[in-house]
Ligand binder design. Structure first.
Ligand SMILES: [Ca+2]
Ligand SMILES: [Ca+2]
Ligand SMILES: [Ca+2]
Ligand SMILES: [Ca+2]
Length: 476
């Protein structure tokens, strides 16, 4: 009988014979280690990168199968994979290539290269790429590229979420530049990302989110796009086959200050565009806030969209319901139009409870439930949802409490902690906040509101209310 000590060796031998090895964590703190780990990893491995700035010397290529590459700290700006510059025509011109299934890239920054930040090679049919909590900065062509393989063999289940794609320097190499540009995807999800200032040399860059050619059942939701040349493009006039965009939904997105078009819809089949807020200031961004092209388009529905600007439909038929267009949406309806902060204020009366109930939109851009009140609001934000979220981050936590306490006993708006719409930030608002405490946080469902603070503040709030009533009564 074999001893127990021999057992692990036997397992290892069997795994090796079967072509399998146990997954390993490959810890990297130098460029060479990152390159070697990417080249030599075994399916199931994790590549963990220490905080630091890494000046890349070669393009990273994932070819071996399932792997996760992530920054060690979880903070995406702690690990920076940096090329020679977005305007420098020198290698590495791309930072990361994905050729195989099940690659996850998480919690790191990809920056400063003249072609693509991350390329998903559709010609190799790599399924289930996940790009999460990644910052892409100053990328010369596409921040995330999905190149075209065969439409019959689409890339399945790409997920891009919680990323920041931005540009903070001028591109000097024309307008061939954009955010996410992908083809031949089936069931892609692009959600809760932020895009800032992705612009070509003369303001004619591609969209922040650009899907076309063989896109089936896309979900584009909860994204904030600000000051990019184009916002969301579902298709492009250069490709008008009926397999361009088939099915899918675009919901709960904020898009503002696009130079040309906030939302472009070309040759889509059965696409739903629900509850988006699109703000086009004067210029072509206003007159083409939504721009449609191609009579291949069919089954297009626009509902509950809050649009400051026009829909240029070019005679293309579409179902329209409960949209607000033109100049009806006043800047005062929004928290801060100039910075792309398009959450509603209490002044957006014509948008509040003016939408129609849609089963496809059970939440808003903050993850708050819809409807709040009797009916859904028009646009991506449901005003007052989630309850108690003063800073609009979708979580009800101590940060909102801080906002409330800073404005305690002052006049204020929702963003000041006045959650019940009366004249004052006070204990009643604290009660509302505390009832929804932990919504959207990791502690949801478990953590009670901190008791001592709650008790003290409740007492303070009640006392304050009582005092005010008394003082009112005591007035002559
Ligand atoms: Ca409502
Ligand atoms: Ca909301
Ligand atoms: Ca919050
Ligand atoms: Ca109040």
């Amino acid at each position: 009988m074999r001893s127990l000590r021999e057992f692990p060796i036997v397992v290892m031998v069997l795994l090796c014979l079967a072509g399998l090895s146990p997954a390993a964590v490959r810890y990297c703190s130098t460029v060479v280690q990152i390159e070697n780990a990417t080249r030599n990893y075994i399916p199931g491995d994790e590549i963990v990168i220490a905080a630091g700035l890494y000046e890349m010397e070669a393009e990273l290529q994932f070819r071996n199968g399932a792997v996760t590459m992530r920054g060690e700290t979880g903070l995406r700006d702690d690990v920076i994979l940096q090329g020679p510059g977005m305007n420098v025509d020198a290698g590495p011109r791309n930072i990361i290539h994905v050729y195989c299934d099940d690659v996850t890239i998480e919690s790191l920054t990809v920056s400063e290269c003249c072609w693509n930040g991350i390329q998903i090679h559709g010609e190799n049919e790599p399924d289930r790429t996940v790009i999460r909590n990644v910052h892409t900065l100053n990328i010369g062509e596409r921040h995330i590229k999905g190149s075209k393989g065969s439409i019959a063999n689409a890339v399945h289940d790409v997920l891009i979420e919680d990323c920041l794609l931005e540009q903070n320097k001028v591109n000097t190499d024309g307008n061939y530049i954009g955010g996410i540009d992908c083809m031949v995807l089936k069931n892609p999800i692009i959600r809760n990302n932020e895009f800032r200032n992705i612009q070509g040399q003369t303001g004619e860059g591609r969209a922040a989110i650009f899907l076309w050619q063989g896109i089936v059942n896309p979900t584009v939701e909860g994204n904030v796009i600000y000051d990019c040349d184009r916002g969301i493009a579902m298709g492009n006039p250069s490709y008008t086959n009926p397999d361009n965009i088939v099915g899918g939904i675009v919901r709960n997105n904020f898009v503002s200050y696009a130079n040309e078009i906030n939302l472009e819809l070309v040759a889509t089949v059965d696409l739903k565009v629900y509850n988006n807020t699109l703000y086009g200031p004067s210029g072509s961004s206003y007159t083409r806030c939504v721009s449609m092209e191609s009579f291949v388009t069919s089954g297009l529905e626009l509902k509950n969209n809050l649009i400051h600007g026009d829909i240029t439909d070019r005679g293309i038929p579409f179902v329209s319901a409960n949209n607000i267009t033109g100049t009806t949406a006043d800047p005062s309806w929004f928290v801060d139009v100039a910075s792309g902060e398009l959450h509603l204020t209490e002044l957006a009366l014509a948008a509040l409870d003016a939408g129609q109930a849609l089963a496809e939109v059970p939440t808003d851009i903050d993850g708050g439930p819809r409807p709040a009140g009797d009916l859904p609001d028009i646009g991506a934000d449901e005003y007052g949802s989630p309850i108690g979220d003063a800073n609009y981050d979708g979580k009800v936590d101590g940060l909102d409490y801080n906002v409330w306490s800073l404005h305690y006993q002052q006049a204020g708006h929702w963003g000041d902690g006045n959650f019940n719409g009366d004249a004052l930030v006070d204990g009643l608002d604290y009660n509302i906040w505390s009832l929804n405490y932990n919504f959207g946080t990791a502690g949801a469902g478990g953590q009670p509101v901190p008791e001592p603070a709650a008790a003290l503040l409740l007492a303070a709030g009640v006392c304050a209310v009582t005092r005010r009533r008394r003082s009112r009564r005591s007035r002559p």
